[in-house]
Design a protein around this ligand. Structure first.
Ligand SMILES: [Zn+2]
Ligand SMILES: [Zn+2]
Length: 376
């Protein structure tokens, strides 16, 4: 048996409402229209540095970069949500900027749209989950950091590229972290670092200290085996006898990573480790470990990614031969031990990484895999 309710809304006339479904004589829809759950009180303003995309808050400028701009901007807007909106109790609201326009485009616009998603249970009865679209004003300015950078005499540009490949996300993260940590250690009040320009093909950092730029370059050299080229430009400053010195540093990251196989001078090498500006390799032809300077081997070609290496297993060891099986095809091979003097310390069941190229089988001596070769 269903109960019949006789109550109705005095505004729209909707009938069949229970006592709980009426609010001050109105149905829920009409009540909500007269008492909105969220009301825009004040249009949000996003105060941006047109030079570096830093966002101004009441207290400070918050640095952002192209990767985290929207995340940080959303967070700041949400922190001030109560300033912009009157939000009914029991309702939670979340502001999300429209991320469809490129960040550089933002600087060409006066406003940006955002949605506010609000939800909750109203009067313990109605589940609400709605979205409204509003817009925020964009106000452009120049942040303290950029003003400071501009006032410094000498400037450095650090351009980081990777040879014959894209810069990986983890490299970008690591490099940004390196700048931040180094700036904290450096503690120079005249050091200004502009927000970097980041893309898959190059990273550009501008800093106001030549010393700091060199320090960063050296760290990248030792960490990534990067190859560095410096060029200094002397520029006469207007109305002054002192010379302005600008330093450009080009940093080239190696085209490969430890664990990759590369082709260099028509020979195949397995990259064991990269340390300072030395690259330790296993030479498949000579079957020995070789050490190259980054500067030379940066011209090598990535031949096989670490992830593309195949697994083999030693199935039997005889006097002069070992039998090995390709774990993907289950094909077995016999190889003469005297041709593989580097395969020491193997047992039956030992798994070895390697790859095949035509008739040739290349095995990576497992004892050196991933281990750091000491400088002799
Ligand atoms: Zn109604
Ligand atoms: Zn700025």
């Amino acid at each position: 048996m269903t109960k019949k309710y006789k109550r109705f809304c005095i505004n729209c006339g909707k009938t069949g409402l229970s006592k709980e479904e009426l609010f001050e004589g109105l149905c829920f829809d009409c009540y909500q229209e007269k008492n909105p759950l969220i009301i825009l009180k004040k249009q949000p303003i996003i105060h941006l540095c047109k030079n570096c995309l830093a966002i101004k808050t009441k207290k400070d400028w918050i640095n952002t970069d192209q990767l985290n701009f929207y995340e940080k901007a959303d967070k700041l807007l949400n922190e001030d949500a109560q300033t912009y909106f009157k939000i009914a109790p029991d309702i939670t609201a979340e502001i999300r900027l429209d991320k469809s326009s490129g960040i550089q485009d933002l600087l060409q616009h006066n406003t940006i749209n955002f949605e506010i998603n609000y939800n909750g249970k109203v009067h313990n009865l109605f589940e609400i989950n709605e979205i409204q679209i509003h817009s925020a004003k964009i106000k452009l300015d120049i942040c303290e950091n950029c003003k400071g950078y501009k006032s410094e005499v000498s400037k450095s540009k650090i351009r980081i590229i990777a040879k014959k490949r894209n810069i990986t996300e983890s490299e970008i993260e690591e490099i940004i972290r390196l700048f931040k940590n180094s700036a904290n250690i450096y503690k120079d009040p005249n050091l200004y670092i502009l927000s970097p320009i980041l893309s898959k093909t190059e990273l550009i950092f501008r800093v106001s200290s030549i010393d700091f730029a060199r320090n960063i370059a050296n760290q990248l050299k030792s960490k990534f085996g990067a190859v560095i080229r410096e060029s200094i430009k002397f520029v006469d400053r207007e109305k002054s006898k002192t010379k302005k010195q600008d330093l450009n540093i080009l940093i080239r990251l190696l085209p490969f990573f430890p664990g990759d196989v590369i082709k260099y001078n028509n020979n195949l090498y397995y990259i064991i480790s990269i340390h300072e500006n030395n690259v330790n390799c296993f030479d498949f032809k000579a079957k020995e470990i070789k050490k190259f300077k980054s500067k030379q081997i940066i011209n090598g070609e990535r031949y096989l990614l670490k992830s593309k290496l195949e697994k083999f297993i030693i199935t039997a060891i005889y006097k002069d031969e070992i039998q090995i099986m390709d774990l993907k095809t289950y094909q077995t091979f016999e190889i003469e031990i005297k041709n593989q003097p580097h395969l020491i310390k193997i047992n039956e069941g030992t798994e070895i990484n390697g790859f095949r190229e035509g008739e040739n089988l290349y095995l990576i001596p497992f004892i050196i895999e991933g281990s750091d070769v000491k400088n002799e």
